[in-house]
Unconditional design. Sequence first.
Length: 444
Amino acid sequence: MAFEGLTERLQNAMKRLRGKGKVSDADLRDTMREIRLALLEADVNFDVVKDFVKTVRERAVGAKVLEGLNPAQQIVKIVDEELTKMMGETEVPLNKSPKIPTVIMMAGLQGAGKTTTVGKLANRLKTEDNARPLMIAADVYRPAAIDQLVTVGQQIDVPVFEMGTDTNPVEIVRQGLAQAQENHNDYVFIDTAGRLQIDEQLMNELADIKDLAHPDEILLVVDAMTGQNAVATAQGFNDKLDVTGVILTKLDGDTRGGAALSIRAVTGKPIKFVGEGEKMSDLDVFHPDRMASRILGMGDMLSLIEKTQKEYDEKQAQELTERIQENSFDFNDFLDQMQQIQKMGPMDQIMKMIPGMANNPAMANAQLDPKDMDHTKAVIYSMTEQERTNPDVLNPSRRRRIAAGSGRPVQEVNRMIKQFNQMKKMMNQVSKGNFSGMEGLMGQ
Ligand code: GDP
């Protein structure tokens, strides 16, 4: 999985701060050192790492203790925000020309995934915006490249303009654009030639195509698996072509993360899309904030903290925490929690926001669907007060009665009680200092 090593190291770096009421200079220094090493090991550009660590440290030192947030959470929040900034803050949409066609020139080294990505983008525009794209095959050096684009075109039902390998690429593009005008295509993709390395001849050819086509968008396709090389490639292409955006491919592989994290900072050009597989549908808009959360392995903890603080009053949270610590958390508390959580938004989204929870074996079969939550509530409503406050009395005959009362199968009732017990146990452990962000949920 992408970013696995980085995620683990960043989490470990920040775990050191868990449960600390106050972070000393030494704690912060150690943590920042670990974060620095984690990023360097993930092949993030050295200067980018240096700036990042400096900013996080300055912010951490200057940060006031936020209401209800412990220092570890504050640092996580700062790291999350700075990672997001490093990747460009917000998503950047495709440029669109006021008059048709919008011309999108694609460039990249051989094997980066250029042709595949042309198909993915054309397919996306076609299916989502009802666009009528035309794809121009301008890689005349490899006959297979033209065949590949033609095959992709057939697959997604998008026309391909090609003139074989004997015509000059600039001329192919000129004629292709003329055809697009004639046929009123609203998008034109130019699939240009790639090389194994940047060379001057290729760059000159691309510059000539750019001069002729005046593209609204020049997208550079780079392979995330190549780490710092991807960044160097991006820089090389950008110097010559002044690209308008980057598409990072193969993020479904086990890339360490360096390219995703450094490209924007090094080139100043936004990553617009990411490729996450070989299928035509495996293309996603690049959201820096979501990527940061993903890299931190904690879903969107920041929103969770904010939401929890908004929704949960301190006193209530304190009482609940005490009940968990005393191990007297019961079905009434559970119901209450579910209602609190439901107020915050979709359950699966909430669960994903809790660091460590997504991978927690105890939560693996947890019922995350809002529909399931309603079923769970129905089951609890069918319990007597005694059963709710003292779940140990739930013997088989009581469970059968509850199943009949709630209209749910008895197996489901059994499963839910089992999950409740697992959750109770886990929360009790967490409350004893086993940080996993449950504190955030409990508003502590
Ligand atoms: P080009 O030489 O730059 O045009 O590269 P291609 O489009 O031919 O892609 C090279 C290889 O990478 C092909 O086997 C593609 O299926 C594969 N590929 C492209 N994008 C992705 C991606 O996002 N994920 C994965 N796993 N493979 C990809």
